[in-house]
Ligand binder design. Structure first.
Ligand code: SF4
Ligand code: SF4
Length: 470
């Protein structure tokens, strides 16, 4: 049975096909021109009908935040979302990051050796890392000389969100770019040193970041629910899950940045291969999460921290979103599930947060985490904390939705959700029916110490990522 609506659609399609065939027959197919955007006419020359005021976007009129209760909060010099600012925040150096400290030889020989052998440990993982590097040369550029007029920043924001969803983002938000999220200095990875344990100084590895653009469009990709359910969180698929997110967000951000430059505005794509800043404050500013117990990862109310992001920094006129509060800090205070399950013991178990670079957070041992991920001999990398977190949705069940609704209410209800989550073994189970990838455990072991001094050929993947170039 064809209903009225389907009939109309079929008729419309038939007429369209007939018109195309007729035009071709008359040799006038070129009369059917693709629409073009011209200055001062967004919404006119392309027949673009803006969404209603207040809509998230046309493709997603309502922002999907799952079942959590969301409150919008301010972004000022005392708060970034629910993170309390207590003093000046210094622009960080990428050099102080866990993997950068490992690469620079500041943590351990085991970590550095593991990092330089990580790409050979998993045939699929190294292929997907190669994929993630493919857009590294397309992150920045010079804007078109003529600026298109943007009469309504809110309409442009809706449109930009539609662009992200059309390019297959799982979520997108727009934030005021916190100036302290920019790196003061970013890292240039060391030239490949062979398997010798080599130390590099800060001066050898850093260069300053001077960009300061007012907005950040944050593009988020889900790391894949079924894969996460089947994984232990630190087996072979872990690195591929990460780089699936890096690859997808990188491609989307690079295209969006180029689109914005084509409109005559400055835009720079930032993704895992080449960030100009740290992402957690940018995610918070864009209303896509709160800072979690892990210290430097944010949690999204629908995706937990089963996500990766890229950000397009820009001066395109936009209407930024507000940071959100869904009760995560109260939840993390009582939950501690990530800390209990971290194989490296890297996550803080204190009830209260401590100070870090001018704001409050739970301070963790990023070097311990990075060393474990680099030298893991049960798989490649790690995302165990992501897997076990109760906010990492456990299939799209009413039960999980009810749980996150309860969990976002108060500290007492957080205890309830955590107990239910534990009782059902959520997060710690591996669901074998979803396991689709192959494993070669014999490749996971670190090379024997006897080959530590042998020279190593240049790593094609690190070279492709531009990480070994000064
Ligand atoms: S990624 Fe793994 S090692 Fe690092 S904090 Fe999470 S659980 Fe711990
Ligand atoms: S596992 Fe629990 S404590 Fe850890 S980040 Fe998730 S909610 Fe917070």
């Amino acid at each position: 049975m064809v209903n009225e609506q389907e009939k109309k659609f079929q008729l419309g399609r038939r007429n369209f096909l007939k018109a195309g065939a007729g035009a071709a027959a008359l040799g006038v197919a070129t009369a059917l021109k693709a629409p073009t955007i011209v200055a001062g006419a967004v919404g006119e020359s392309v027949k673009y009908a803006p969404g209603a005021k207040g809509q998230w976007s046309k493709l997603h009129p309502v922002h999907d935040m799952g079942s959590a209760t969301i409150r919008f909060v301010e972004h000022n010099d005392q708060w970034l979302g629910t993170s309390k600012i207590i003093g000046p925040i210094k622009n960080p150096s990428e050099y102080d990051g866990g993997f950068e400290q490992i690469a620079a030889g500041k943590v351990s020989q085991r970590g550095q050796l593991g990092l330089y052998n990580m790409n050979t440990k998993d045939p699929f993982g190294s292929a997907i890392i190669m994929g993630a590097g493919m857009v590294a040369g397309f992150l920045e550029g010079i804007p078109a000389p003529k600026k298109m007029e943007i009469p309504d920043p809110e309409q442009m924001s809706q449109h930009i969100k539609d662009v992200a969803y059309f390019l297959r983002a799982d979520d997108v938000g727009i934030g005021r770019m916190p100036s302290y999220a920019y790196y003061g200095t970013k890292c240039i990875y060391p030239p490949f040193p062979g398997r010798q344990y080599v130390e590099f100084t800060r001066e050898q590895l850093v260069r300053p970041v001077t960009e300061r653009l007012p907005y950040a469009i944050v593009v988020m990709i889900d790391q894949h629910l079924e894969t996460m359910l089947a994984s232990t969180g630190y087996d072979a698929i872990s690195i591929s899950q990460s780089f699936r997110g890096y690859h997808a967000t990188g491609v989307i951000a690079a295209i969006m940045a180029q689109y914005i430059r084509n409109l005559g505005y400055n835009a720079r794509a930032n993704y895992a291969v080449d960030y100009n800043g740290v992402m957690p404050p940018v995610i918070i500013a864009a209303g896509l999460g709160e800072l979690s117990r892990t210290g430097d990862c944010t949690i999204h109310p629908r995706l937990g921290f089963r996500h990766k992001v890229a950000a397009v920094t820009t001066d395109l006129p936009l209407a930024p979103d507000k940071p959100i509060d869904f009760g995560l800090l109260d939840f993390c205070r009582v939950c501690k599930k990530c800390a209990e399950n971290c194989p490296a013991g890297a996550i803080n178990t204190d009830s209260d947060m401590g100070q870090y670079n001018g704001y409050l957070r739970w301070n963790n041992d990023t070097n311990k985490c990075a060393e474990f991920r680099a030298s893991n001999e049960d798989g490649v990398c790690c995302g165990r904390c992501m897997k076990v977190c109760p906010w990492n949705s456990k299939e799209e069940s009413w039960f999980h939705q009810a749980g996150t609704w309860i969990g976002s209410k108060s500290e007492t209800s957080s205890k309830l959700l955590k107990s239910i989550d534990d009782m059902f073994g959520y997060g710690t189970e591996t669901v074998d029916k979803y396991k689709w990838w192959l494993e070669w455990p014999e490749l996971y072991k670190l090379p024997p110490v006897s080959i530590l001094t042998e020279p190593l050929p240049p790593d094609p993947i690190f070279s492709a990522l531009g990480k070994d170039k000064h």
